[in-house]
Design a protein around this ligand. Structure first.
Ligand code: SF4
Length: 418
């Protein structure tokens, strides 16, 4: 399918929409820069590498976000995309477009930057920021790259070396302050972005100097942090979209998101929802973001029922876990996948979830992801359960008894774990 955004491209850039080079134009490298959890930089989240300057990989604190913005590789990328080339590192977008999917490249036009800022980009108008990998939780699906609570466990049990990355350091904060007058959107991810004082400093700076009224904030949070002060800060922004990373309920939630307390987390989300009204009619929106993995897919119907009963009207975004491979549901034993599919298919409750922004998905989409061909042997899943349970002194068997019964016949470590 040929996607045609010629009119939009023409309106935004003033370029002739009939020129073939428009087929590859993407504005993200001209309007956006991303700071990753481990202190590297990218033009967007889909790009399959991190930015280099004259062959040297850029890394905070040695290199700043401004070094990334002015890097030879980003300058070159802008030119390639304007010149009708398809850089290999943008392969995610090309593959999606070949499959008829609307790639992220097309979203870049929605920001409607000025012709001048596209032709001669001086500073980004959009920022994707992972302030650090500092986190207060040690989620099973995570890694030390995204959570400092994982560092010791990954080193001792997996031999992975990682360190704490404070990316939103003084140098980067000072640069962002210079850019803020023209910024229209900031994404804050983690680690846990609301756990860091630097994130609050950045948001408060936006409020103090009046930039916040022009800025949309996108925040992914684990829901463990709430304060009235945070609500007051959010209220000063033009628009705020908050995704709560909640994938399951009760004890199962606490097992998967180690360090979180279920009742407290639910109460925090209720405070966010209730106090929206208390703080006035503001444009703040909430969404549940459920990462579907081999750990929670069996309980997806129960989770969706809980969301609709506890937070009526709140939409759910289903994010399918691809890595780590050991926890991807496609790698579960085939017979287990069949039994899960039977359970999901027999669930009466209407599935009203979003997979992409604004796109409602059905059980068929979940089943397609579940039944996708395995990429790794299923024993990796059992090994990972055992590794985590042994180190954390936890028991999957005790917390997920019905699911465990289903899994057990396929567990190559069964004797060792019984
Ligand atoms: S084409 Fe895709 S991968 Fe490349 S910069 Fe644009 S959005 Fe990112």
């Amino acid at each position: 399918m040929k996607l045609n955004l010629d009119k939009i491209v023409s309106a935004v850039t003033g370029r002739n929409p009939l020129l073939t080079e428009e087929e590859t134009l993407c504005l993200y490298p001209s309007i956006n820069v991303m700071m990753t959890a481990n202190g590297k930089y990218k033009p967007c989240c889909k790009w399959v590498d991190t930015l280099h300057n004259e062959g040297e990989e850029l890394q905070a604190p040695r290199h700043t976000i401004e070094d990334a913005w002015k890097s030879s590789e980003l300058v070159d990328l802008r030119e390639q995309l304007k010149a009708g080339k398809k850089p290999d590192k943008c392969s995610v977008c090309w593959k999606e477009e070949e499959s008829g999917i609307r790639s992220m490249r097309y979203d870049s036009f929605s920001y409607r930057p000025s012709k001048e800022s596209v032709a001669n980009p001086k500073a980004p108008i959009r920022l994707d920021i992972y302030p650090s990998n500092i986190c207060n939780l040690k989620c099973r699906i995570c890694s030390p790259e995204y959570s400092t609570r994982w560092i010791a466990e990954a080193k001792e049990t997996q031999g992975i070396e990682e360190e704490t990355h404070l990316n939103l350091n003084k140098d980067n904060l000072d640069i962002l302050k210079d850019w803020l007058p023209n910024v229209v959107e900031i994404g804050l991810f983690g680690g846990e972005p609301l756990f860091m004082k630097e994130t609050l400093m950045l948001m408060e700076y936006c409020v103090e100097y009046g930039f916040s009224k022009n800025i949309t904030l996108l925040i992914n949070t684990n829901g463990t942090i709430y304060s009235d002060n945070l609500m007051k800060v959010f209220m000063a922004f033009k628009r705020v979209l908050i995704n709560f990373s909640i994938d399951d309920c009760g004890q199962r939630f606490e097992y998967q998101r180690s360090g979180a307390i279920w009742e407290t987390t639910v109460q925090n989300i209720k405070s966010y929802v209730d106090n929206k009204a208390n703080y006035g009619n503001h444009s703040i929106e909430y969404k549940m973001c459920c990462t579907v993995s081999a750990l929670n897919v069996f309980y997806l119907p129960e989770y969706l029922s809980w969301v609709s009963a506890t937070f009526p009207g709140m939409s759910v975004y289903l994010n399918f876990l691809h890595g780590p491979y050991s926890l991807a549901m496609r790698n579960l034993p085939t017979k287990v996948k069949q039994r899960i599919a039977e359970k999901l298919s027999s669930t009466e409750s209407a599935l009203k979830v979003e997979f992409e922004e604004g796109v409602t998905r059905t059980w068929d989409n979940v089943l397609n992801m579940l039944n996708a061909p395995a990429e790794q042997p299923s024993e990796l899943f059992f090994n990972e359960l055992e590794r985590g349970d042994t180190y954390r002194k936890e028991s999957f068997q005790n917390v997920f008894p019905e699911y465990w019964e289903l899994l057990q016949p396929f567990n190559p470590n069964a004797e060792a774990t019984d």
